[in-house]
Design a protein around this ligand. Structure first.
Ligand SMILES: [Zn+2]
Length: 129
C-alpha cells in the first residue's frame, strides 16, 4: 500500500486503509470503517493531527484570498472587501475542510505507523487492504 494511494482515498473521503465508502456521519467520520473495521481514532488525542492539518489549510486559504485579492486588485485594493472575504474564509473553511482533515490525517498516520498485531487483534474483522 503506497502513501499516495492512501492519500488519494482520503481525498475522495474513502477509508484510507481499504478504500471503502460510507465512512462519514454528517461532517464527521464514523468510529469504524464498515468495510475493513479499522477503528479510526487509534488512541486518545489521535485527532490532534487532523486539527493541525485543518489549521494549516485555513492559513493557506487565508493567504490565497488575502494575497491573491491584493495582487489582482493592486493598486486600488478594496480593503473592506478583502477583510470580509478573509473573515468568511477563516470562518467557513475549517468546517468545510473538516472531513478531509480527518481522512488525510488517517492516511498519513497509517503510513507512518501501521497497525500493530495487538491493535488488529483487538478489532474483530479487521483486515489489511
Ligand atoms: Zn476501511
Amino acid at each position: 500500500m503506497t502513501f499516495l494511494r492512501r492519500l488519494g482515498r482520503a481525498f475522495l473521503l474513502r477509508c484510507p486503509n481499504c478504500g471503502g465508502g460510507h465512512i462519514r456521519s454528517g461532517i464527521d467520520l464514523v468510529a469504524d470503517c464498515p468495510t475493513c473495521h479499522h477503528h479510526f481514532e487509534r488512541h486518545e488525542g489521535y485527532w490532534l493531527g487532523a486539527v493541525m492539518l485543518n489549521t494549516a489549510a485555513v492559513i493557506v486559504a487565508f493567504l490565497v484570498v488575502f494575497v491573491g485579492g491584493m495582487l489582482v486588485t493592486w493598486p486600488d485594493v478594496p480593503w473592506t472587501g478583502i477583510l470580509i472575504a478573509t473573515v468568511a474564509v477563516s470562518a467557513l473553511f475549517p468546517i468545510l475542510f473538516h472531513p478531509w482533515s480527518k481522512t488525510l490525517w488517517v492516511a498519513m498516520e497509517l503510513s507512518a505507523h501501521p497497525p500493530s498485531d495487538d491493535e488488529t487483534a483487538s478489532a474483530p474483522g479487521w483486515r489489511r487492504a
